[in-house]
Design a protein around this ligand. Sequence first.
Ligand SMILES: O=P(O)(O)O[C@H]1O[C@H](CO)[C@@H](O)[C@H]1O
Length: 277
Amino acid sequence: MSQTRHRPQVAIICGSGLGMLADTLKCQDSFAYSDIPGFPQSTVQGHAGRLVFGELKGKTCVCMQGRFHMYEGHSLCKTTFPVRVFKLLGVETLIVTNAAGSLADGLQPGDIMIIKDHVNFPGLVGLNPLSGPNDDKFGPRFPAMSGCYDKGLRCLALDIAKQQGVASLMQEGVYAMVGGPNFETIAEARLLHRLGVDAVGMSTAPEVVVATHCGLRVFGLSLITNKVVKSYEDSESVNHEGVLEVGRLRSNTVQQLVTELISRMEINNNNTINNAV
Ligand SMILES: O=P(O)(O)O[C@H]1O[C@H](CO)[C@@H](O)[C@H]1O
């Protein structure tokens, strides 16, 4: 806290290739993860490994330029540690972004999916950042997860998309987290599709679980970077470079959407932990 004058209300986690979201912040203070006690290191290309504080449209923000993934070998506690740091810093709203593969016929590379709900596959088999003793200071032992993606912010984002003339790129959908780091087999892709998953990635759900547990309001979006191969006739295959490239191509659209969302969102300052300190 003593290293920056900023007291953030909004936190943003940048997905693969979406680190440019941090560039929109004004009057920046930035810190390498290696200089922050308790922070793991980013090891994935497209995740710079910096925490950036700054102002955006009258709101104070903190942005993770690079997130941590379970497949990097971090415990889920470590991958989600920054979310609790945000809570303690006074953050009220968390914006999570990611790159994801599409399973839905209506979602094409370059589209933006507003996350309506998620399927946390690691969580379903007990790999949950909330496993272990519960810290009641942050939230209850058995937190509800229905409604974890704030409806008001989802509606606002769709409204902004219309005003910005990009509504045709945008729709709501269900994100599923798988463990990675390999991309899906065709049989896995078909299974996910049948289960009603619209987009798949290797992150986000644990962050949202921890954020919801401690009472943060959450907005999430997936940039669709590829179609997940569902047919044995299809000779296409996905790779991380292609994922990053779509991020670069859509950087302006994502930046404008997130900037306007932050500008228009209301902040309630109801961070109970922070208010109590
Ligand atoms: O979820 P983010 O961090 O955006 O990254 C996505 O892109 C990488 C694969 O290309 C995986 O890490 C997947 O989860």
